[in-house]
Design a protein around this ligand. Structure first.
Ligand code: TMP
Length: 211
C-alpha cells in the first residue's frame, strides 16, 4: 500500500503550490506519486467542481453543496485513490474530508455529526496517513487568492467560496485548527505565511518521516 497525504487550509494558503513541489521532490527520490485534488480527480468530480466552484446563474443551498462534495469524493476514492494506493503510489490530495468539516460544518453551520458520518461513507473508510494544514491569517490568504483570480474571466474564476465574507473564512480557519488539535497524531500544522521555500522544506521533513 502507498501513503495517503492530504493538504488543507483556507483560501490562498499555498497548498496547491506545495503539492506540486512535494510531488516533484518525491518523484526525484523514486517514489511513485499521484497528485490529485477535490473536488475533482475524475471526470464526474470535475463536472461537480464546475457546478460548485464557478459563479453560476443558479443557487446551490448548503445541503446540496454538502452532498455534491460527498458525491465527488466517493467517485474519487473509488476510481482514483484506492487503485493508486493499492498500486503502491503515494497519493497527495489537495483537500479531503477535513475540508467538508471545515467549510460545510464550521463555515456553513451544518451538523458536524452528520458530516462525519457522510465523510466516512463517501471516503469508503479511507483515511489520510498524514494531513498537512497550512495555517495563515484570513486577510493574507484572501489577498493571495484575489491576486490569483484577478486576471481570470469571472465565469471561469472558480471563486464562489472566495466571495463569502470574512467571518465565513474566519470560522473555517478556526475550524481547521480545532480539527488539528483534536487529531495531533495525523495533523501537522505548518506556517502558511512563510515563504514558499521555507514551507517546502518543512513539508519534505514531514514526508521524510513517512519513509
Ligand atoms: P481549491 O481548489 O482552491 O482548494 O478550491 C476548492 C474549494 O472548494 C475551496 O473553496 C474549498 C471548497 N471545498 C468545500 O467547501 N468542501 C469540500 O469538501 C471540499 C473538498 C472543498
Amino acid at each position: 500500500m502507498g501513503r495517503f497525504i492530504t493538504f488543507e487550509g483556507i483560501e490562498g494558503c499555498g497548498k496547491t503550490t506545495q503539492i506540486r513541489l512535494a510531488a516533484a521532490w518525491l518523484a526525484k527520490r523514486g517514489v511513485p506519486v499521484l497528485a490529485t485534488a477535490e473536488p475533482g480527480g475524475t471526470p464526474l468530480g470535475l463536472k461537480i467542481r464546475d457546478l460548485l466552484l464557478n459563479r453560476s446563474a443558479f443557487s446551490v443551498g448548503a445541503e446540496a453543496e454538502l452532498l455534491l462534495f460527498a458525491a465527488a469524493r466517493a467517485q474519487h476514492v473509488r476510481q482514483a485513490i484506492i487503485p493508486a494506493l493499492r498500486a503502491g503510489q503515494w497519493v497527495l490530495c489537495d483537500r479531503f474530508h477535513d475540508a467538508t468539516l471545515a467549510y460545510q460544518g464550521y463555515g456553513r453551520g451544518l451538523d458536524a455529526g452528520f458530516i462525519r458520518t457522510l465523510n466516512g461513507f463517501s471516503a469508503l473508510s479511507v483515511s489520510p496517513d498524514m494531513t498537512l494544514l497550512f495555517d495563515l491569517p484570513v486577510e493574507t490568504g484572501l489577498a493571495r487568492a484575489e491576486k490569483r483570480t484577478a486576471g481570470i474571466r469571472p465565469e471561469a474564476a472558480e471563486d464562489r467560496f472566495e466571495q463569502e465574507d470574512r467571518a465565513f473564512h474566519g470560522r473555517i480557519r478556526e475550524g481547521y485548527l480545532t480539527l488539528a488539535a483534536g487529531a495531533p497524531e495525523r495533523f501537522r500544522v505548518i506556517d502558511g505565511a512563510a515563504d514558499v521555500e521555507t514551507i517546502h522544506r518543512e513539508v519534505c521533513r514531514h514526508l521524510a518521516a513517512l519513509f
